[in-house]
Design a protein around this ligand. Structure first.
Ligand code: AHR
Length: 351
């Protein structure tokens, strides 16, 4: 994507984003797979203000309506900050709405953005299904929609311009691959419990599927219990307590995010067990608290999911408002961390 100019405030959004074509993960049918850098950085986007005075060209300031999932996790907090800071940086008028993990609230927010005639709408869909009607309303009103972080399963991909975010299937595969490698020579059954993210959400569906696909290659790796912890610490703890009560022989916990893993760690310790030793723990996100737990040896492996999507989102918004074609899929590049790698990365971790 290239330099854009509006309202005399010339903004250079130079993004180290490599955009390629092909689909990654379950992105609701989009047919392009673009790769954006990400590891521990705000997507390497540099916003250069060539001029900081107000509107000298008479061009209208862009109004962006954004519907956020909620504030359920450390990841989400970092994502919200990234979006708010990036909008400020480029001078967009951001109308931010917190859906408190409820689809109905997101639909209401999108309808309100349509009524307000915003220039663009972006949202991180709490679940994958049930968006066609409201997305059609936005399309009919001529307001472009951008999906960020999570996908929808709408068959009609013309209902949105792009989907910017992680490949959650790939994240699940990375988690599964690490586990499969650890236990490749095992002669005994390995009992795994799984803490799923929000039911029906793209990351919960895809992280489960990716993990399952890889561990299926070794019949000794057995998921003996799997339940949602809704991506929260409190629910992660509660469900892990129940798992520990029901199963005396848990070897591995796979948590779809750090917050649930951190809640589960509290339950494991309260049960007199040592997290990271008595129970091997794998999680996803790599937010600071998760990385600290990994550095302390309580989480054994973390798959990164980068929340700093704000700069890429603002760039895409500018492009669609300018009437430019943008790629249908922008995938965030991500890394993984063992305990040792987490120790090294922690001092420079931004979120
Ligand atoms: O959609 C991204 C997921 O949502 C993150 O992994 C999780 O922490 C968050 O709540």
């Amino acid at each position: 994507m290239k330099v854009k100019k509006r309202w005399g405030l010339a903004i250079t959004l130079a993004v180290m984003v490599s955009i390629v074509t092909a689909c990654g993960g379950n992105n609701g049918g989009n047919n392009a797979n673009n790769t954006a850098n990400a590891t521990n950085k705000p997507a390497e986007t540099t916003a250069v203000k060539e001029e900081t005075s107000g509107d000298t060209t008479g061009t209208k300031k862009i109004t962006l309506g954004f519907s956020q999932v909620g504030a359920e996790s450390g990841w989400r907090t970092a994502n919200t900050i990234s979006i708010q800071d990036s909008a400020k940086e480029v001078g967009f008028d951001l109308k931010f709405s917190d859906a408190q993990q409820k689809q109905e609230n997101q639909i209401k927010a999108i309808r309100s953005f349509i009524q307000q005639k915003v220039d663009a709408i972006a949202f991180s869909p709490v679940v994958e299904s049930g968006w066609d009607t409201v997305l059609k309303e936005a399309k009919d009103a001529g307001i472009p929609v951008i999906l960020t972080d999570r996908a929808v399963d709408s068959a009609d991909t013309s209902l949105y311009k792009t989907f910017i975010g992680s490949d959650f299937i790939e994240e699940g595969k990375k988690a599964g691959q690490w586990l499969a490698d650890q236990y490749k020579d095992t002669q005994e059954d390995v009992n795994i419990v799984e803490l799923q993210g929000t039911t029906g959400s793209a990351p919960a569906n895809d992280r489960k599927a990716g993990f399952q696909e890889i561990i299926a290659s070794n019949p000794k790796l057995k998921v003996i219990a799997s339940q949602t912890g809704d991506f929260t610490r409190a629910k992660g703890k509660e469900v892990m307590q129940a798992f520990l009560k029901a199963h005396k022989d848990i070897d591995v916990l796979y948590a779809h995010n750090d917050d649930m893993a951190l809640g589960a760690i509290q339950a494991i310790e309260a049960a007199g067990l040592v997290p990271g030793k008595d129970i091997i723990i794998i999680s996803v996100d790599a937010v600071k608290d998760g990385m600290q737990a990994a550095a302390d040896g309580k989480i054994n492996f973390i798959v990164e999911c980068n929340p700093l999507l704000g700069p890429q989102l603002m760039e895409a918004v500018q492009a669609v408002v300018d009437g430019k074609e943008i790629d249908a899929r922008i995938v965030t590049k991500e890394s993984t961390f063992t305990s040792e790698q987490a120790k090294e990365a922690l001092p420079s971790r931004q979120y």
